[in-house]
Design a protein around this ligand. Sequence first.
Ligand code: BG6
Length: 361
Amino acid sequence: DNGGYEHYLLKEISEQPDTVARTLRGRIDDRFHIAHLGGLNMDARETRSFRRVKIIGCGSAYYSGQMGAQLIEELARIPADAEPASEFRYRSPVVEPDTLYVAISQSGETYDTLAAVQELKRKGGRVLGIVNTVGSAIARETDGGIYLHAGPEVSVASTKAFTSTAVAFALLALHLGRVRDLSPADGRRICEGLRRLPEQIKEILTLEDRIKELAKKYADSPGMMFVGRVRGYPVAREGAQKLKEISYVHAEAYPASELKHGPLALISPELPTVAIVPDDELLDKNLTTLGEIRARHGRILMVGHRTSEAADDCIVVPKNEVELDPILLTIPLQLFAYHAAVALERDVDRPRNLAKSVTVE
Ligand code: BG6
């Protein structure tokens, strides 16, 4: 049942105030400013014991894992990184006892991710799952984890599961942080920020008409560049992924800092850039990058917390805590990809050559 929406994708994008609230429900402790994550099956001593976090997943799950790695490094100060599950599996990974492994999957059935989990388990690794589908293969094979409670996701391109995964990582990072060095004040700041997310997503959804106009304006470009720095880079990658999956417009994502080391050669009026520019300590650096693109006659759509004359068009989203802003900055890019795909008359919910869940090698 697509609930009266023209496409499941739009329904699932629009559900996000509610699905994020469901991922958070019962998991924020206002007394100690910690997260309650009973499904992790780990006591405080074990939670403190990890010296590294390795995150694996495929497609959008991998990009949400990159966002998660950033959150864990910032809030818990544990080195963390994400890798595509299939790459991880085939390079015969070194499995360390003091590393916490986290496998991400909406369906819980993606073969590459499942096989990586099995390989980790075989080598004695400690693996958590961040999974949407209760009782799925990955949920069963992992030692514990966090369910998203985002409800069934039907459209092939992931939206609400992506967002809920990022929220689950914020909870996990808070949890890991508060048994280490994250102060109660910072814990409270993150708890309050998390609680604001559903309302702020609602506000972003009211920008749909404007985003639709922008999608129409940019959709006939032969390609688009997405750039972001540090926290903004996973946002750029997921934005490019959404656009290429459902509109078939060629989209590349680069760290903004890497532009001048190669891809700047591509910049021209025919290759517009979507720039992720949050109000954080990197704002000035990002605005300088916009100037560099402008100087090559590149068109710019800026997504951030303010407007700038350096950009042709701007989408301004509500501000949260800097660590949580990437979650909100991704939402307009989902709407942008959706309306670009509709404008190009694509099969939005069932894009060519793709399957919702790839259960074969
Ligand atoms: C891909 C889907 O094949 O699998 C993507 O097209 C999805 O949308 C990826 O992100 C991973 O799926 P899952 O179920 O493991 O999160």
